[in-house]
Design a protein around this ligand. Structure first.
Ligand code: HEC
Ligand code: HEC
Length: 318
């Protein structure tokens, strides 16, 4: 009996020590690095590509990278990042050669946006967009915009503030968040006339699913449909004052989701933040006026076909 207790005691001490060592290791070594594959990619910056890229970047990059002091994509503190992830700062992605991306190659940009691996090999933690399913043409358009002479991306020497990821982020980057594989085949644009295909493409590539599912920690960027509580809402991004803003259930459940909404209700909410008889939608649900009614409607049509989830989410109103 006594011997058994002693063995148990020793084992517990041993396990605690081991966990301590692992934590010290992870805390000191930070976010892991990976090998960077050089990819050969030269942007095609036709005026059409730049215009399409501007629209995509306003919806996909500006919310995090636009700094309201400089009015350019010089980066800022991410006020809506859950504090458990640490202090997250988006970076300067203007043409500046020192702080911006002026000396990144087109291939390095594509590699980061596809896989999450920066050109120095470091994995960029959860708060940076990852676009494994974006069509090649849209990827090209985003890079074309970043290289264009649009005022938002003109060289600006605002220094970067390095993010300070928390221990939790560092641990998650070793066990849960992994770089995504580079697509092996070309990814075509969705067929504009196929509402379902277009709606799904936008719902996944505009990142609606990651905010509107259960939790950022269980968002599955490679297989969005496998994210926990896919579009069932309840995720907890913060507003600019650091208060939790619960995300809405967008599944077709009639009581707790949007099963009873009309397409018009949805398009007004999505493009203009309007809700009939209620306070307008607020940050971090930014309006998407860049979408055409056809595109916004396609997202609605697609969402009406996904599995309903019963999950009542009260609106966070302050
Ligand atoms: C949800 C917020 C968020 C969104 C959306 C986002 N980014 Fe970022 N981005 C970040 C953060 C945070 C970092 C810093 C990551 C790090 O240093 O590990 C970053 C880093 C970068 C970097 C690396 C810059 C450097 O100097 O290291 C590039 C390039 C970049 N983002 C481009 C983009 C583009 C292009 C888009 C749109 C397609 C985009 N980002 C969308 C938050 C975001
Ligand atoms: C950064 C996180 C985030 C992203 C990205 C996001 N949403 Fe939201 N969304 C929210 C939050 C939070 C609310 C609730 C806002 C409120 O209560 O004022 C919301 C509310 C909504 C609503 C209103 C639903 C209701 O029941 O009132 C719709 C519709 C919606 N989002 C659709 C979308 C679509 C479509 C996309 C992608 C194009 C998207 N959202 C992207 C966070 C996000």
């Amino acid at each position: 009996m006594k011997k058994g207790l002693k063995i148990l005691g020793v084992s517990i001490v041993f396990i605690v020590l081991l966990i301590g060592i692992v934590i010290i290791f992870i805390s000191a070594n930070g976010i892991p690095s990976y090998e960077v594959e050089k990819i050969d990619f030269k942007v095609n910056n036709s005026p059409e590509a730049i215009a399409r890229g501007e629209k995509l970047a306003l919806m996909l990059c500006a919310s995090c990278h636009l700094n309201h002091q400089t009015n350019k994509l010089t980066g800022q503190k991410m006020m809506d990042a859950p504090p458990e992830f640490g202090e997250i700062y988006s970076q300067n992605i203007t043409h500046d050669k020192t702080y911006g991306i002026g000396d990144w190659t087109d291939g390095e940009l594509v590699y980061l946006l596809r896989t999450g691996i920066k050109r120095d090999g470091q994995y960029s933690p959860p708060y940076m967009a990852k676009l494994p399913h974006m069509a090649d043409e849209d990827m090209n358009a985003i890079i074309a915009f970043l290289r264009s002479d649009h005022p938002m991306v003109k060289a600006d020497p605002t220094p970067d503030i390095p993010p300070k990821p928390s221990l939790l982020t560092k641990i998650l980057c070793r066990v849960a968040f992994k770089p995504l594989p580079l697509p092996t085949e070309t990814i075509p644009l969705p067929n504009e006339d196929d509402t379902m295909e277009l709606g799904k493409y936008l719902a996944h590539n505009l990142d609606c699913f990651s905010c509107h599912s259960a939790d950022f920690k269980t968002s599955d960027f490679l297989n969005p449909e496998l994210s926990e509580g896919y579009f069932g809402g309840g995720n907890k991004p913060l507003d600019l004052q650091g208060r939790v803003m619960l995300t809405s259930n967008l599944t077709p459940d009639k009581e707790t989701g949007i099963g009873n909404w009309t397409k018009e209700d949805f398009v007004n909410a999505l493009k203009y933040g309007q809700k009939k008889g209620e306070k307008a939608l607020t940050y971090p649900m930014l309006p998407y006026p860049q979408l055409t009614d056809h595109e916004a409607g396609a997202i609605f049509e697609y969402l009406q076909t996904i599995p309903p989830i019963k999950n009542k989410v009260e609106r966070s109103i302050y």
